[in-house]
Design a protein around this ligand. Sequence first.
Ligand SMILES: Nc1ncnc2c1ncn2[C@@H]1O[C@H](COP(=O)(O)OP(=O)(O)OP(=O)(O)O)[C@@H](O)[C@H]1O
Length: 350
Amino acid sequence: MSDLRIRGLVKRYGNVVALGGVDLDVPAGSRTAVVGASGSGKSTLLRLVAGFEAPDEGTIAFGDELLAKGPRIIPAHKRGIGIVSQDGALFPHLDIADNIGFGLPKELSGSRDQRIGELLDAVELSRSLASRRPHQLSGGQQQRVALARALACRPRLMLLDEPFSALDASLRQNVREVVAHALEAAGIASILVTHDQAEALSFADQVAVIRHGEFAQVGPPDVLYLRPLTRETAVFLGKAILLPARAGEGFVDCALGRIPADTEGKTGAVDVMLRPEQVLLHAAQPSPVGRDGRSIPATVKTVRFEGADCAIVVEIADQALQLALKLPSFGAPKPGDLVHLLVGGEAHVF
Ligand SMILES: Nc1ncnc2c1ncn2[C@@H]1O[C@H](COP(=O)(O)OP(=O)(O)OP(=O)(O)O)[C@@H](O)[C@H]1O
């Protein structure tokens, strides 16, 4: 199986540059997520890869096979690419078996039922649902049928266009895991477009952050989350604590004391980023460790219960600095409590 290679892809709509020259490699069997705000160019990229539209410039290829070279394109139905859209787009007048069977080659007639059964298994749906119509299934079940239908023709790439966005939060995670597992089992590469950062980070091996038609950063999810190239990407991907600091070799001095950091040759005044979950909170000891030690005394200002976690604001007294943290609700402190802050892991230096 070949990798998908996108080079210098440009798409304009009149004066609007929807894609400003993007490069992307999607290795065979891997999962890529493209995440960006509304209007950033996600759907445009998907439409060009699917073959629904032609680029103005650039190439899309599988190995040596060119799918698009500027406006000259291979049509969508000859690309071997499957698509699952936001609403699943199942045929309402066909039952589930026929919806899935729609994608199967005609010559398969004898083993058709067997294959439909296997596809239902692959997306973890009971075979007993085969005779129902789409409206007799839940939203999550419908999306799994949509995936089964798209898997039926054994595509070399699956495009997932916000397929989980209409589902409620707990179901979304479950369907996402089923989809990821089914794609992995079938060895099919995928591109998920989403505006949901957590979804992108948890689904993919590779995440591309798109902004104004260009990739701000492409890489493994943990690298993007912990080592974003810019502050903008840092705050787009999750809550961030941004602090001024002075960098030495492998560490920084900041309001949270001296902490290890990926300084990579940078010295002097820098900005650093920590994720809130890196700041751990301990009940104050009888003799607090001072700023020159490893933990920093602080006062809890507010605690907001959010279920499993709670949002806590602490103030580092002598710095008049407030930090917003996230902690497990179980055993959380109360407003007014004196606590110690201890940083886990490295700070990221910009
Ligand atoms: N057919 C079109 N004609 C004119 N402009 C378009 C067309 N399609 C997209 N655009 C513009 O191109 C830009 C990128 O649009 P695109 O739909 O790719 O964004 P998106 O990231 O998918 O947004 P959303 O998350 O809201 O779906 C936007 O500025 C949009 O207005």
